[in-house]
Design a protein around this ligand. Structure first.
Ligand code: AMP
Ligand code: MN
Ligand code: MN
Length: 322
């Protein structure tokens, strides 16, 4: 059932034992939203647990309470409410799905959201789930501490490319301003996010060597990066940002990054104006018009061929989002 922010607040108020979760391969929005909501609910005296079926990336370990996020164990537990953040389908939360028995409230901003929850609030205009959490906090007059502000600023800023992407709205900037007033420090947050282990910078030539361009004439070009497992071994999954290199090439309409895992290929898609969420959805993934992803269970060369063919078709449609 579709619910409002006010109704979401009511559900949270009525629940005492609450589990919070977000998507696997967590990003700044998933973690920032999770940690901020946890801080608020804990301050309300609720019994709150944060469960995530993945490791916390090194980059986000400057956010308060990250170490309180636990992996689900095999035993099933009861709760009054399971809040699923920044996730467009239930697969995205991995094993948390089976580990917690509770009605689900889904707070999300993906256009591809499958409306899988018992209660959902989906705002595809929101730049980040963090914006939805800010609205929720306004609804309940929450006191936003500096660490909550830092988590929410991180959530919003990372999902809109630090206020440069098309999803950056006037409201995004107002919320960011309010979070800075509440104690978020943009320069410190950026410093944490931009600082990388030396190996991640040193591997860049090898990454850029894999650049391939597919020319689609009038419709523009498709540019790809391909990260084989050998390269990824030195990266410890710190590949965030690599896709901006092909994305920023003049004439490139769609950028794609293929990451080889043991049994599948993780695909990241970015575009200037073609709707890449359609491509991701067709392969069981999801996302936004200009940033989407999916996982393809095929060998690398087949996965590449399938995705590039789908991207060509999407480009040929000529449909452009604003
Ligand atoms: P990424 O390329 O991993 O940064 O993801 C870009 C966007 O697509 C994010 O909003 C993700 O939440 C979404 N996304 C990535 N992979 C998947 C997937 N397998 N299923 C659904 N959404 C995804
Ligand atoms: Mn996310
Ligand atoms: Mn998000």
């Amino acid at each position: 059932m579709e619910v409002s922010i006010a109704y979401s607040a009511k559900l949270l108020k009525e629940a005492n034992n609450i589990v919070l979760t977000a998507h696997v391969h967590p990003d700044g929005d998933a973690l920032g939203s999770l940690l901020a909501l946890n801080a608020y609910l804990s301050a309300q005296g609720k019994q709150v647990r944060m469960l995530l079926d993945d490791e916390i990336p090194r980059t986000f370990k400057f956010l308060s309470d990250w170490e309180k996020v636990k992996k689900p164990d095999s035993s099933e537990s009861q709760a009054d409410l399971l809040v699923v953040l920044d996730s467009s389908d239930l697969e995205r939360i991995g094993k948390v799905r089976d580990a917690v028995k509770a009605p689900i409230l889904n707070l999300d901003h993906h256009i591809s959201n499958l409306k899988f929850a018992d209660y959902w609030y989906i705002d595809s205009q929101a730049a980040a789930t963090g914006e939805i959490i800010v609205k929720l906090f306004k609804e309940v007059d929450a006191i936003i501490t500096p660490s909550m502000a830092t988590a929410l600023f991180t959530a919003i800023a990372t999902d809109c490319g630090f206020f440069r992407f098309a999803n950056t709205s006037a409201e995004t900037l107002i919320f960011a301003s309010e979070l800075v007033a509440a104690g978020a420090k943009p320069h410190i947050i950026s410093e944490h996010l931009d600082t990388k282990p030396r190996a991640v910078i040193e591997v860049l030539p090898k990454v850029l060597e894999t650049l391939e361009i597919v020319d689609c004439g009038q419709s523009g070009q498709i540019a790809t990066l391909t990260l084989r497992q050998e390269i990824l071994a030195n990266l410890r999954d710190e590949t965030e940002g690599f896709i901006n290199y092909p994305r920023n090439i003049e004439g490139v309409e769609i950028a794609i990054m293929f990451k080889e895992a043991d049994n599948n290929i993780r695909v990241s898609l970015r575009s200037r104006s073609a709707d890449v969420s359609q491509i991701a959805l067709a392969f069981g993934g999801g996302g936004h018009a200009r940033a989407a992803g999916c996982t393809v269970t095929e060998p690398l060369n087949i996965a590449k061929r399938l995705i590039i063919e789908a991207a060509k078709k999407q480009l040929a449609k000529g449909f452009k989002i604003e």
